[in-house]
Design a binder for this molecule. Structure first.
Ligand SMILES: [Zn+2]
Length: 202
């Protein structure tokens, strides 16, 4: 049982959705999300919550901002109406800013995958892959026709598995956090056949 203390804080997830985390904290959080299904589900919930807040702000704007402000001011003295009108206005403005930041951060999610060709030639490491993009691995399986099908996995520098994929068709991986990785190809019997180095850079 994973300890709850090891999971991401609710405030961290909210800040992440609103684009309020530093690059370093973002990377750490995304690394955890890659490995933790529980927190991925919680992120989905947080994203829905942020979307609801955005919708509420939009409705508020439609009802209040477009109303003829001059008429309201004419009915009540300016000093009396000003603080009451300002607070919801600030909240709405803040929500709009948050939504804009959130969209800015997440508009890169459907980015096209970045293709990486891993060749069988020793020492021919591919150039660095960009962080934040799905990766399309094209594996050169020359000389590995025996014992199909193979299984593939991606491990990070400390040997932790971060992705697995069936070998044969080009493998589409989720975006990886910056760092050094190894792509390994196994025989169905579990024997390691080939290992490729992969670097992901921001
Ligand atoms: Zn977690």
């Amino acid at each position: 049982m994973p300890r709850i203390a090891g999971h991401l804080q609710a405030e961290e997830l909210e800040l992440y959705c609103l684009g309020g985390l530093t690059e370093v904290r973002c990377a750490r959080l995304e690394e955890h999300l890659l490995l933790c299904e529980i927190c991925r589900d919680r992120l989905t919930e947080t994203e829905s919550y942020v979307a609801v807040m955005r919708q509420a702000s939009r409705q508020w704007s439609a009802e209040h901002v477009e109303a003829p402000a001059a008429a309201v001011i004419a009915i009540r003295p300016w000093r009396e109406s000003w603080p009451g009108r300002l607070a919801p206005m600030l909240v709405a403005a803040l929500l709009v800013v948050c939504a804009a930041v959130w969209f800015g951060r997440h508009s890169r999610v459907p980015a096209p995958p970045f293709a990486i060709e891993l060749t069988a030639v020793r020492g021919a490491a591919p150039g660095p892959a960009p962080a934040g993009y799905p990766l399309l691995l094209e594996l050169d399986l020359t000389g590995l026709s025996e014992g199909r099908p193979f299984a593939g996995e991606v491990v990070d520098a400390s040997g932790r598995r971060v992705a697995e994929f069936p070998v044969g068709a080009p493998a589409l991986l989720k975006a990886l956090a910056p760092g050094g990785y190894f792509v390994r190809i196994y025989k169905s019997s579990g024997e390691l056949l080939r290992e490729y180095a992969l670097t992901v850079k921001r």
